[in-house]
Design a protein around this ligand. Structure first.
Ligand code: MF3
Ligand code: CO
Length: 294
């Protein structure tokens, strides 16, 4: 059978770059991966298992990512434009030595995504878009430092937000937190995704199906695609060393969405009802996960 988990010589240095001998490092891990593969499980290929030095690099990138969102949370206010948010993200990211990952990414024109109310994701900052009393907004920030990627987003509520919208924002945060709790090594991404989905459904909400989380670290968007409408026991197994995002988009009404035909990016809810999203990037560990961005 073909496998990406070919064995090395037991006394060779381990492929993960730890400097330890293979037999003292990832040999047992590789054996386990081959066994799971032989049982028909989807396991991450070796290139998705981050080495200690790659994890270090991602964590350095994440420091900028977190600092930028912290700065937005200190400065965001009614009357500000979404372009001003973009300016802060750009200048602080640069000042800290990083690059905004979205800028020029597949033609995306800005340094951050700002998605308000009925916008699901990929809202483009605009000097004509002014934050109003009662708005809910997702600010999605992604950072490159020394070739390592970090990605996270938060919701902000401006002024007097309706009880309904407040609840959507809070339940969506709980969905993300439930996702984090269900990152358990050697279980399936579908177990985690379903837990997120059930919490949204229980509250009368839906979860966007076509867009989801992703591996992230050496590239902006890596495998696997992480769905939050997936089924228990299905999808790729979560394995120590994987890094991916948890970023469910939760809609108050229908899960149906459409894309802006003019700018080619912004996604809206089909029924015009609000949508919320929170995003973290996690590292799967031996016992659960470590949160890298928030
Ligand atoms: N930050 C988004 C994510 O979570 C990606 C946005 S891609 C963009 O994956 F080009 F639209 F910015
Ligand atoms: Co993401």
């Amino acid at each position: 059978m073909r496998t990406t988990y070919e064995k090395l010589d037991r006394n060779d240095p381990c492929w993960c770059g730890s400097g330890k001998k293979y037999k003292k490092c990832h040999e047992a891990f590789d054996d386990r991966m081959r066994l799971l593969e032989s049982r028909g499980e989807i396991v991450p290929p070796r290139y998705l298992i981050k080495t200690p030095s790659q994890i270090q690099g991602i964590k350095e990138s994440a420091k900028i990512n977190i600092a930028v969102l912290d700065e937005i949370s200190r400065t965001i206010k009614i009357g500000m434009t979404t372009q001003e948010i973009d300016d802060i993200v750009y200048s602080l990211t640069k000042k800290m030595g990083g690059i905004p990952a979205t800028l020029d990414y597949q033609g995306y024109p800005k340094s951050v995504c700002t998605s308000l109310n009925n916008e699901v994701c990929h809202g483009i900052p605009d000097s004509g878009r002014i934050l109003k009393d009662g708005d809910i907004i997702n600010v999605d920030c992604s950072t490159i430092l020394n070739g390592y990627f970090s990605d996270s987003s938060r919701m902000f509520m401006l002024g007097d937000v309706s009880l309904e919208n407040r609840k959507l924002v809070e339940v969506t945060k709980e969905c993300m937190e439930i996702g984090i709790k269900h990152v358990i090594p050697w279980t399936h991404l579908g177990d985690m995704g379903d837990a997120v989905h059930q919490h949204a459904l229980k509250n009368g909400y839906t979860v966007v199906r076509q867009i989801g989380g992703h591996g992230c670290g050496l590239e902006f968007h890596e495998d696997p695609f992480v769905s939050y409408v997936s089924k228990p026991g299905q999808e790729m197994m979560m394995v120590p060393g994987m890094v991916f995002t948890i970023e469910p988009m939760v809609n108050m009404g229908t899960d149906e969405i459409y894309q802006d035909q003019e700018n080619g990016w912004t996604i809206y809810t089909k029924d015009g009802k609000p949508s919320a999203q929170w995003e973290v990037q996690v590292l799967v560990t031996e016992t659960g996960c470590e949160i890298l961005t928030y």
